[in-house]
Design a protein around this ligand. Structure first.
Ligand code: HSE
Length: 325
């Protein structure tokens, strides 16, 4: 399985390391023999048909560029039959989804399977990209876009298979949940709490995306397409976040940034009971699925982190392999 990793920040490089650590296990359990033949980021692009070891890529990156003198670019690698799987981990750009959108679309149109952790291209164009995958016989996986390592998407798709998920609501952004917890339980300011979230490495490079509710809205869109099969994009979600201030909750209640599918897709601050299972603290994410046969089913876990998201790419790789056999 020839793999290119495009986007070699915390997530892309953590995935590369984890893939090497798990290679024996992936081969013996699933027959996957992965070979990272290309690593690209904003500093350059490397290609080697015999494989690029993690140590080599990370050493080159620490010296300024991952590039290895082969004169390749992401689009050349995608367009010239050098790959089986594109692992796309470029940063989210919510104005037009680029450059991730072009990489994902080009790969799918070339019949290359894609695993992405990039929320923006999906939030803006998910129905179109899923159509492209289907039309071109390629698979598109994106577990790491929602919930970091916590498998919200596959929980709904696999574990609840055969049951009817009617709607869901949840906390989909760890940064704002951390900030709300610190502000409301410990009285610290939004600015100080945001600085802490940045130090923890969970805030977006542009924290406006967290604070405005856009990051949670993007995850809501991805979940609605995946779980409810609704062809929605970011423009269908009513979004507000923390930027207009955080109200003081009444006694026995807490304020949370809740993404919900009904009565209409929205992300906003809501007052919920302190005993509501969605009252999770700090960087945790939590989702309540309203299942026709079961009532409420909850899933709670860490929603961000390089290693957690890298673990989700490994799961997608296994799902890809199983879907091809
Ligand atoms: N900034 C995001 C969050 C990272 O806080 O949830 C994970 O998508």
């Amino acid at each position: 399985m020839r793999i290119a990793i495009i986007g070699y920040g915390t997530v892309g490089s953590s995935f590369h390391r984890l893939l090497e650590e798990r290679s024996h296990w992936l081969k013996s359990l699933y027959g996957i023999v992965p070979q990272v033949v290309s690593v690209c980021d904003s500093t350059g692009c490397a290609f080697n048909d015999d494989g690029i070891p993690y140590e080599e890529a990370i050493m080159k990156k620490s010296k300024g560029s991952v590039e290895n003198g082969n004169g390749v670019s992401p689009l050349k690698i995608i367009g010239e039959g050098m790959l089986d799987v594109l692992v796309e981990c470029t940063p989210s750009n919510f104005s037009d989804g680029e450059p991730g959108r072009t990489y994902i679309e080009s790969a799918l149109k070339s019949g290359i399977h894609v695993i992405t952790t990039n929320k923006a291209p999906l939030a803006l164009y998910m129905p179109y990209l899923l159509d492209q995958a289907r039309i071109n016989g390629a698979r598109l996986f994106y577990s790491g876009t929602v919930g970091g390592g916590t498998p919200f998407l596959s929980f709904a798709e696999d574990t609840l298979k055969g049951n009817a998920v009617k709607s869901f609501r949840g906390i989909l952004n760890g940064t704002t949940n951390f900030i709300l917890t610190r502000m409301l339980e410990e009285g610290i300011s939004m600015e100080s709490a945001l600085s802490e979230a940045k130090r923890l490495g969970i805030a977006e490079a542009n924290p406006y995306l967290d604070l405005s509710g856009l990051d949670a809205a993007a995850k809501l869109v991805i979940m609605m397409n995946h779980v409810l099969k609704k062809r929605v994009t970011l423009k269908d979600v009513e979004v507000s976040g923390l930027l207009n201030g955080v109200p003081t909750p009444s006694s026995g209640r807490v304020i949370k940034l809740i993404a919900r599918t009904s009565p209409r897709p929205s992300v906003s601050l809501e007052e919920i009971s302190a005993t509501d299972p969605l009252n999770v603290g700090f960087t945790y994410n939590a989702v309540e699925f309203d299942v026709e046969e079961l009532g409420s089913v909850y899933l709670i876990g860490k929603g961000a982190g390089g290693m957690e998201t890298a673990a989700s790419i490994i799961r997608d790789l296994v799902r890809l392999r199983l879907s091809l056999s």
